[in-house]
Design a protein around this ligand. Structure first.
Ligand SMILES: Cc1cc2nc3c(=O)[nH]c(=O)nc-3n(C[C@H](O)[C@H](O)[C@H](O)COP(=O)(O)OP(=O)(O)OC[C@H]3O[C@@H](n4cnc5c(N)ncnc54)[C@H](O)[C@@H]3O)c2cc1C
Length: 379
């Protein structure tokens, strides 16, 4: 018999939500995070937008899990006192030739089941946001901002309350299948203080974010053959001078680039209403390290892009802020779109579940991913 029922690898929002669901279902659960605390990875380096789900192709996991996840996340935040603000979002057309793109996104949103979407004209845009320049917009009233790190930690606490063991400084370095359970090898924490160890687990859930391809390789999976190899795509942010605080009260996105590489460099608000711009798209070379420095030189591009719809901006309003890394599957470059991988192994890797390529809208989708995985674990 295995030592535990479920081992979750990775303590970002996805791993924490999976552990909360598994432990809540009465399964003996261990959550292993290699960093010194939960939610220290991509979960705390993003726009913190709870997306509606209108951009993603019909029936894709991104579309399904985003739409389902938004509703679940809102309820979870309400029940657990996590800051969540339904400020809404405008996708703006600055030139008339961008209006057909809004219609396409609107139509896709309707197919995906996004609630409340509406195309609005320039007059309505100015009544909502007088400082924003646009000839028309797609209005998404239920798009929100939230405190992502607090949310992930609340899932972690929920898991602990339901008797999960949550261990930080615990990097998984080996996975092997023995009879009907997985042997999980954990390294001692950097800096010492505890021995490494091994335990056996009936299920293993790989929620290792930027390293999910490497964790899959530990289990012997050929990630290149499956197009699960990840390339890190950095998203940089610039803060907008606090002298503009309160000038815009909703998220404002441009029409996204046609290549689908991002949603476009947008105006983000955090839960406190502070303004920043980002993220852009900077593809890092293979095997680049985690480097979160923001290059000041990028400010000109941010300024040019955002000034189209935020005419009050001055170049000196922008200062380098934070950055985050997207775990993007290589399939994106070959196929033009790469969906989430939420996959349960069978036969010779029975009991392993891989969550790979969980880039945006991964924060929004996290509770829905957790429920999908939870149904497999409990079923
Ligand atoms: C710039 C940017 C903007 C974004 N904006 C949004 C947004 O507005 N809305 C949205 O919905 N999504 C957004 N996303 C996506 C969202 O942030 C991610 O999808 C989400 O945070 C992924 O969470 P995760 O738990 O999968 O990964 P992570 O938060 O990266 O957690 C994975 C964890 O696994 C740990 N780990 C790795 N390897 C091991 C190992 N061997 N052993 C133990 N632990 C390990 C890591 O230390 C890490 O803490 C954005 C992402 C980026 C980069």
């Amino acid at each position: 018999m295995a030592d535990v029922d479920v081992t979750v690898i990775g303590g970002g929002i996805v791993g924490c939500a999976v552990a909360a669901r598994a432990a809540g279902d009465g399964l003996a659960t261990v959550l292993l995070e290699r960093g010194p605390q939960l939610a220290g990875g991509t979960t705390s380096r993003n726009s913190e937008v709870v997306h509606g789900g209108m951009y993603y192709p019909t029936d894709s996991l991104k579309a399904q899990l985003c739409v389902e996840g938004r509703r679940k996340l809102r309820t979870f935040c309400e029940v657990n006192g996590i800051r969540y603000r339904e400020c809404g979002k405008l996708i703006v057309a600055v030139e008339p030739d961008e209006l057909p793109v809004l219609e396409e996104i609107h139509a896709q949103g309707e197919i995906n089941g996004v609630e409340g979407l509406r195309l609005i004209d320039a007059t309505e845009v100015s009544s909502l946001e007088p400082e924003v320049r646009a000839v028309g917009a797609l209005w998404s009233p239920h798009t929100a901002v939230m405190d992502a790190e607090a949310c992930a930690k609340a899932y972690g606490r929920k898991a602990q309350t339901a008797s999960a063991q949550v261990l930080c400084g615990a990097e998984v370095v080996g996975l092997s299948l023995e009879a009907d359970s997985w042997r999980v090898e954990v390294a001692p924490p950097v800096g010492g203080g505890r021995e490494g160890w091994q335990h056996t687990s009936r299920w293993v859930v790989n929620a290792a974010g930027l390293y999910a391809d490497r964790v899959a390789e530990l289990a012997g999976i050929d990630v290149d053959a499956r197009q699960w190899r990840l390339r890190w795509v950095k998203g940089n942010y610039f803060a907008i001078s606090p002298r503009h605080d309160g000038r815009v009260g909703r998220l404002v996105y441009p029409v996204p680039p046609r290549d689908g590489s991002s949603l476009g460099t947008h105006l983000c608000l955090d839960v406190a209403g502070r303004l920043r711009l980002g993220p852009d798209v900077e593809v890092l070379p293979p095997r680049a390290g985690e480097d979160y420095r923001v290059d000041e030189e990028r400010a000109d591009d941010f300024y040019r892009g955002a000034r189209r719809f935020l005419p009050f901006l001055e170049r000196e309003d922008l200062t380098p802020d934070m950055s985050g890394l997207r775990p993007r599957r290589v399939a994106w470059w070959t196929e033009g779109f790469a969906d989430f991988v939420v996959a349960r192994e069978s036969s010779d890797r029975q009991g392993l579940i891989n969550l790979v390529g969980i880039e945006s809208p991964g924060l929004t989708a996290a509770p829905a991913i957790a429920d999908r995985v939870g149904d497999w674990l409990s079923g």
